[in-house]
Design a binder for this molecule. Structure first.
Ligand code: ADP
Length: 499
């Protein structure tokens, strides 16, 4: 298993997996706690509804208390006057024979009492045990009678109530008080579903809780949170928390991915650096052994003809140049890395510079049977550049064009002016580079490691240095290349250098 995969698995096990486990656990726990919160809400609402019922019962009990000891007409008048929701008051003896209704014109409405014998007997029994119970009887759609039995004297009393009036004048106050800005509370008549009172006229919303009104059995009181229902509020909270957890997970996974990428990049770099060391050692050794070999041969006087001698000297000079360039590349790269490389800008005729660089290669190009094509524009103005650096960039590009030429030995160098820039193109018909490597070849130490490239030695620094030089001149470098169809490197240098 390679190291990158090990790091990936380690990060996955240490960071991602626990985070995912935690999230799944949290989300299920969240679900439970949201349900609990929802239940607590429901219970609270229940308690509120209970308190309304209790309040209604208290009001009715208050009336019953007033009638407990005094069932005179003047008392009736007083109570009915003070409580407009009371239509009339019925009294009867415990056998229900002496029935009277006050005011008497209401008598016709209250025939139902005779059919309540069983209930009245129950109330009498309660009363005998010193317990006054109130029993509601639905009289009609709009009226309810609350029956109870008084103790001294023992009498059946019924308070006839106008439901709607009671709800709108007595219950409504309590409901408004409870609802405030948080809840909507309404009272419906159950038989026909009409809403008799509501604290807020929001339509078509489902209520969370509803209870029957004890004293008005045909009526229900219902409640919900204002604006949203409890389920909505709980769901909203749940969604928000889930989103938060997912957001945290994404950040964590991104962080782990970032760490993974950084580590694997570092490892790649380490591997590339070790390749670099072995490549550079090889690059150094080859010209050195060539120089030594030719020098020794010359020293021993074994070379007879002047022509041969000249050839050996040229090779020695050429190899020394190569060595110098390689060492310069490494030195310049280290300056680049430590940000200490300084450029010395001076007006330069680029064509002249290119020609002098090409002169250095003439022997090599000829020896390797290269076709050299130069297309240097006549209209090239002077440009302010660091001559040495630009020459170095050209050397690196030409070196590559030669190194990676494959079978097709061709080199083209062209210059032109486009708008306010000078364009320099270095083109070969060599092995080319596939698109996925185009951006990477400019990274330090990066070398395309397949096919023919294995045979060409290099440090992997050349293009990184070229790019650094070009960028330091505010220029750009781009590449057009395809495997087996050669490569073209295009440098654009602005004529006016912004400092
Ligand atoms: P190197 O010392 O390996 O040549 P460079 O930074 O100069 O390092 O180039 C990086 C890689 O880009 C090379 O290893 C090679 O694979 C690829 N490359 C550069 N120039 C060319 C070219 N002209 N043709 C084909 N491949 C090239």
């Amino acid at each position: 298993m390679n190291n990158t995969r090990k790091i990936f698995i380690a990060l996955f096990l240490i960071v991602v997996l626990p985070a995912l486990f935690y999230s799944v656990y949290e989300i299920s726990a969240l679900n439970e706690s949201e349900e609990m919160i929802s239940q607590i809400y429901q219970r609270q609402l229940d308690a509120i509804l209970f308190s309304v019922n209790q309040y209604v019962l208290d009001v009715a009990s208050g009336w019953a208390t007033q009638l407990e000891n005094e069932t005179t007409h003047s008392k009736f008048v007083q109570i009915i006057k003070a409580n407009p929701s009371i239509i009339s008051i019925i009294t009867a003896d415990t056998t229900l024979s002496a029935l009277s209704v006050f005011p008497s014109q209401q008598f016709a409405n209250h025939k139902s009492i005779s059919s309540q014998k069983e209930m009245i007997d129950r109330l009498i029994r309660y009363q005998a045990a010193s317990y006054r119970k109130l029993e509601p009887v639905i009289e009609s759609d709009s009226t309810t009678i609350i029956f109870f039995v008084t103790s001294a004297p023992v009498k059946v009393v019924g308070i006839v109530i106008n439901n709607e009036f009671f709800i709108n004048s007595i219950i409504s106050k309590k409901l408004i008080d409870i609802a405030q800005n948080d809840f909507v509370v309404a009272v419906d008549r159950q038989s026909n579903g009409f809403t008799l009172f509501t604290t807020s006229p929001e339509q078509n919303k489902t209520f969370s809780q509803q209870r029957q009104l004890w004293i008005f059995p045909d009526h229900i009181i219902k409640i919900r949170l204002k604006g949203t229902t409890i389920q909505d509020a709980a769901q909203e909270r749940f969604n928000r928390n889930v989103l938060l957890i997912i957001g945290m997970d994404i950040v964590l996974i991104l962080g782990a991915w970032f760490v993974f990428r950084t580590i694997s990049r570092e490892m790649e770099l380490i591997a590339m650096k070790s390749d670099f060391v072995s490549n550079v050692s090889h690059e150094l050794r080859t010209p050195l052994s060539l120089i030594r070999m030719f020098a020794e041969t010359l020293e021993m006087g074994r070379v007879k003809t002047e022509k041969k001698k000249k050839e050996y000297y040229t090779t020695i000079v050429h190899e020394t140049d190569r060595l110098t360039r390689l060492i310069n590349n490494i030195l310049n790269f280290s300056r680049m890395e430590s940000n200490t490389r300084r450029y010395n800008f001076r007006p330069v005729l680029l064509n002249k510079l290119i020609s002098s660089v090409l002169t250095i290669y003439s022997y090599q190009l000829e020896k390797l049977s290269f076709t050299l094509q130069t297309e240097l524009s006549d209209h090239l103005p002077e440009i302010s550049v660091d001559e040495e650096a630009i020459a170095e960039a050209l050397h690196n590009l030409i070196d590559n064009a030669i190194k990676y030429s494959g079978e097709n030995k061709y080199l083209r160098i062209a210059t032109s002016v486009i708008q306010n820039s000078i364009i320099v193109e270095v083109e070969d018909h060599g092995i080319g580079i596939s698109i996925e490597h185009h951006s990477k070849i400019f990274e330090k130490f990066y070398r395309v490691s397949h096919g023919l490239v294995h045979t060409a030695k290099g440090s992997g620094l050349g293009l990184a240095i070229v790019q650094h030089i070009v960028h330091s001149h505010n220029g750009t470098i781009s590449i057009i290349s395809e495997p087996h169809h050669g490569s073209k490197f295009i440098i654009t240098l602005p004529l006016i250098q912004s400092k």
